[in-house]
Design a protein around this ligand. Structure first.
Ligand SMILES: [Zn+2]
Ligand SMILES: [Zn+2]
Length: 119
C-alpha cells in the first residue's frame, strides 16, 4: 500500500521544531547508533517511501513496520470504523473483529453490547 503523497517537504517539516536529537529517541534499539548522519538501519516509510533519519518502527502482532511520521503509521495500522469509516486513533471499540470509533457507531451497526463512557 503506497499511495502517492506529496511528501517533498517531509524531511524538513520537523527540522525546526525538534530538539537536535543525538540518539534518535523514537527509534527502536540499535536502529541508530548516535553518530551524526550515520544512518545504519535505514528507516524507509512503508507508506510514502520517505527515507527519514528520525523515522521510527512500530512493533505490532509480531511484525515490525517502519514509518517516517505518525500520520503514515496511522494510515497503515489504525483500524477503520465500520460505520463512519474514520481512522480510529483513540481507543475505539472492538467486537468480534469489527472496529468502531465510538459506541454510537457500534449501535448504528447493530452492535449493542458495546458502550463507551461518552456515549
Ligand atoms: Zn511516510
Ligand atoms: Zn465511527
Amino acid at each position: 500500500m503506497r499511495p502517492l503523497r506529496a511528501t517533498g517537504g517531509g524531511a524538513t517539516m520537523e527540522e525546526g521544531c525538534g530538539t537536535p536529537v543525538a540518539g534518535g529517541r523514537l527509534r527502536g534499539p540499535g536502529a541508530f547508533d548516535g553518530a551524526a548522519e550515520r544512518r545504519t538501519a535505514m528507516t524507509v516509510c512503508e507508506v510514502c517511501g520517505n527515507d527519514y533519519a528520525r523515522g521510527f518502527d512500530v512493533h505490532i502482532d509480531g511484525a515490525v513496520h517502519s514509518f517516517d511520521c505518525v500520520e503514515c503509521a496511522a494510515h497503515l495500522l489504525a483500524p477503520t470504523c465500520e460505520n463512519c469509516r474514520c481512522r480510529i486513533l483513540g481507543h475505539g471499540l472492538e467486537a468480534a473483529g469489527r472496529f468502531f470509533c465510538c459506541a454510537h457507531c457500534a449501535r448504528t451497526r447493530g452492535v449493542r453490547e458495546l458502550a463507551d463512557s461518552v456515549a
